[in-house]
Ligand binder design. Structure first.
Ligand SMILES: Cc1cc2nc3c(=O)[nH]c(=O)nc-3n(C[C@H](O)[C@H](O)[C@H](O)COP(=O)(O)O)c2cc1C
Length: 229
C-alpha cells in the first residue's frame, strides 16, 4: 500500500475543500491510501495573520469585509479540528506528499514556511528524497499570485530532494479557458475572492483531484519497483 499525505494550511476553508478533492483523486489509484493532515496556525496568537487588531474597518477596504473575516476564521478552525495535525513522522512514512496553502503576499504563508524550516532537518538525513510531490494554492484575486506562490514553493521541495510534479495540459483542458478560474501547469488552485466568499468550483476541484491521482500513480509505481523487504 502506498501512502499519500495531503498536508495543508487553511485559514478560511478554501484550501481545506481543495484538499478533500486531492484526497479523493489520490484514493482512485488502486493500492493507494490518501489522507489529509493539517498544519495548525501559530500557537502564539500575536503571530497569526488573522486577528482582531488587523481588522481595520475603513471605507477604502470595505470590499474585503474584514470585520466578518475574524468570525469566519474561528468557524473554519472549528470545522477543521477533526483533521489530524501533521508530524515529522507522517512526512517520513509517506510515499508521496501533496502540499496545499493559500497565497499570502504572493508566496507561502509564514506558518507554512516555519513548518518547512522545521522539516529542514530532512535535508541532511535525506528522508524525503525521491518522494513524488505537488502543490495547490488559493488566492483572493485572479491576479493575486497563484503562479508566483506555486513556483516559489517548488524551491524548498527541491532542497528536500523531492520529485516535483505539475499538472499537464493534456490532462487538464479546464485551464485552457477565459473563465476566471484557478489552475496552471505548476499545480492546482482556486480563487477565494476579495471578500473570501467564493467557493472552489467544480473545474478547480476536478483539477485538484487529478493532481492527487497523478502523484498517487507515481508513488504507487515507485513502491512497486522497490526490492522486496
Ligand atoms: C496575510 C494575508 C495575505 C494575503 N495575500 C494575498 C495575496 O498576495 N494575493 C491574493 O490574491 N490574496 C491574498 N490573500 C487572500 C488569501 O489568499 C485568501 O484568504 C486565501 O486564499 C483563502 O484560502 P483559505 O480559505 O484556505 O484560507 C491574503 C490573505 C491574508 C490573510
Amino acid at each position: 500500500m502506498a501512502e499519500i499525505v495531503v498536508v495543508y494550511y487553511s485559514a478560511f476553508g478554501h484550501i481545506a475543500k481543495m484538499s478533500e478533492a486531492v484526497v479523493i483523486g489520490a484514493n482512485r489509484i488502486p493500492g493507494v491510501q490518501a489522507r489529509a493532515l493539517r498544519i495548525p496556525d501559530f500557537d502564539d496568537e500575536s503571530l497569526r495573520p488573522v486577528k482582531k487588531e488587523n481588522q481595520i474597518i475603513d471605507e477604502k477596504v470595505s470590499h474585503f469585509k474584514l470585520g466578518k473575516r475574524i468570525e469566519d476564521y474561528k468557524e473554519n478552525e472549528q470545522q477543521q479540528s477533526h483533521i489530524p495535525l501533521v508530524t515529522m513522522e507522517d512526512l517520513k512514512n509517506a510515499d508521496g506528499i501533496i502540499w496545499g496553502f493559500p497565497t499570502y503576499l504572493g508566496s507561502m504563508p509564514g506558518r507554512v514556511k516555519t513548518f518547512f524550516d522545521e522539516a529542514g532537518q530532512f535535508c541532511t538525513t535525506g528522508e524525503l528524497e525521491g518522494k513524488p510531490t505537488a502543490l495547490f494554492t488559493s488566492a483572493g484575486s485572479i491576479h493575486g499570485g497563484h503562479e508566483a506562490t506555486l513556483l516559489s514553493s517548488i524551491v524548498p521541495l527541491l532542497h528536500l530532494g523531492m520529485i516535483f510534479m505539475g499538472l499537464p495540459y493534456t490532462e487538464n483542458p479546464e485551464y485552457l479557458t477565459d473563465e476566471p478560474i484557478g489552475g496552471s501547469s505548476y499545480g492546482a488552485s482556486t480563487l477565494a475572492g476579495p471578500d473570501g466568499e467564493r467557493e472552489p468550483v467544480q473545474k478547480e476541484l476536478t483539477m485538484a483531484a487529478r493532481l492527487g491521482e497523478r502523484v498517487a500513480r507515481v508513488a504507487k509505481a515507485f513502491e512497486d519497483s522497490k526490492p522486496f523487504e
